[in-house]
Ligand binder design. Structure first.
Ligand code: HAM
Length: 416
């Protein structure tokens, strides 16, 4: 019998839950502190919904199957199509903009590399119904807030930001027809992950000539927003939008975290405007979080046109980063009282005492069997902050022995 989890899937033992909960707590508290409301959905989604955004990497990675009635379903690979479906279902009654977050387990049949599993949890922060740069600013600032709540120093990572709208304008200037742009985005996103010749082959298969391929590649060498602006022209809406966003981020107190990087394009096809990805500064890990504006997804799945922006923030890479920074230490022991008793005769008194402690709002873990005092106090130290013990003499005197397991100080408390 092999006791390991299926390849790419993780087991979370109690000690692993400490780090996971720390990450989830930071995510939740950052999202709530920015006024995002929580939503959720089932991990099983209809394959049809996922197929409607055909032609991208994630689709090949979907765990799909038929249920017993022959319905084509899948484990969600990301939350965004589900979010779009849920918003579309209530488009007439929702008060826009909506600011929603969720912590969703996602499944992708990926090649197993560092930072990539076949299952991961993702914080999703999305704002639907807002087309202004404030939307991007909110989700980026909330993600930075989550990083700070986890204790990650600002200098440990940067959010690299660009815009597909800008790249489109630049491709226009280079004479590359708009019908090629979405193909160019997906192909250029592979730069650094695939040899240039293979990317050029994809572009040529899309219909681009050699000269156009070279021009598209040249754009990824642009090293600053000013350089991009010089090509895009003084009246470029995309450049103005990025500048507006950068000044908003200044007001949020997170501008130091964000840098312009034309090579950020993102692999998902639904992005339309600003796109961004956070990476550790040492360049050791994969993307920590990523997202962007996707103004056409609602229409693509059959809803009314509605602008949207959001991000996904995975638990795997940030967990690796916390470990490498030496800040993944277990959280301080939670407040827990272990309750023990010497013989079967004291079980009732100890059980009542544990119930009273819980009634007072404490956490109490009652021993399931009688135990000698020495063993009980020794074992309690591993899990609890306090220990309460009832022996026959204690019971007779109507008291229990209370020990603070940190200071080892002992006192008596009344059983009542
Ligand atoms: P994504 O870039 O595919 O975007 O994933 C977002 C984050 O999820 C990544 O930056 C990474 O932290 C984590 N992640 C993705 N795949 C894996 C994997 N196989 N193993 C471990 N971690 C992984 C999206 O999913 C978009 N739906 C995000 C979004 C929300 N855009 C708008 N709203």
């Amino acid at each position: 019998m092999d006791f390991s989890a299926p390849r790419g899937m993780r087991d979370f033992y109690p000690e692993d839950m400490i780090l996971r909960n720390r990450v989830f707590d930071a995510w939740r508290s950052a999202a709530v502190s920015f006024g995002f409301e929580q939503y959720d959905a089932c991990v099983v989604e209809s394959l049809d919904l996922l197929k409607r955004k055909a032609g991208e990497e994630v689709e090949n990675q979907v765990y799909a199957f038929q249920d017993k009635s022959g319905r084509e379903i899948a484990l969600r690979a990301e939350m965004t199509p589900t979010l779009a479906r849920m918003v579309a279902a209530r488009q007439g009654s929702l008060q826009f903009p909506v600011k929603w977050f969720c912590i969703a387990q996602c499944f992708r049949y990926e090649r197993m590399t560092k930072g990539r599993k076949r299952e991961h949890y993702q914080l999703n922060l999305d704002i639907v119904g807002e087309d202004g740069a404030a939307g991007e600013a909110e989700v980026i600032a909330a993600a930075v807030c989550a990083m700070r709540k986890m204790g990650v120093p600002d200098e440990a990572y940067r959010v690299r930001l660009s815009s597909r709208a800008l790249l489109s304008e630049l491709l226009d200037k280079k004479g590359i027809d708009a019908k090629f742009h979405s193909g160019v985005f997906i192909a250029l996103d592979k730069k650094g992950k695939m040899p240039r010749e293979e990317i050029e082959e994809i572009l040529r298969a899309d219909g681009l000539g050699d000269e156009e391929c070279a021009k598209a590649f040249d754009l990824t060498d642009i090293s600053s927003l000013d350089e991009a602006a010089a090509i895009a022209g003084a009246d470029s809406p995309a450049v103005a939008r990025i500048r507006e966003l950068l000044s908003l981020l200044e007001l949020y107190g997170v501008a130091s975290q964000v840098v312009f990087d034309i090579s950020v394009i993102r692999g998902l096809s639904y992005y339309t405007g600003v796109v961004f990805e956070a990476f550790d500064t040492k360049g050791e890990f994969r993307a920590i979080f990523g997202g962007g504006r996707y103004d056409n997804l609602l229409t693509a799945i059959g809803g009314k046109p509605t602008p949207a922006v959001g991000l996904g923030f995975g638990d795997v890479v940030v967990g690796e980063l916390l470990k490498s920074l030496g800040i993944a230490d277990p959280a301080p022991k939670r407040d827990l009282v272990a309750v023990g008793y010497m013989t079967e005769a004291q079980r009732a008194a100890a059980t009542r005492l544990a119930a009273r402690l819980r009634g007072d709002g404490r956490n109490a873990s009652l021993q399931l069997r009688p135990q000698k005092a020495k063993q009980f106090f020794a074992a309690a130290g591993d899990k609890a902050t306090h220990a309460v013990y009832v022996g026959p003499d204690d019971e007779q005197a109507g008291t229990a022995r209370l020990k603070d397991l940190a200071t080892r100080e002992q006192s008596e408390i009344p059983l009542s």
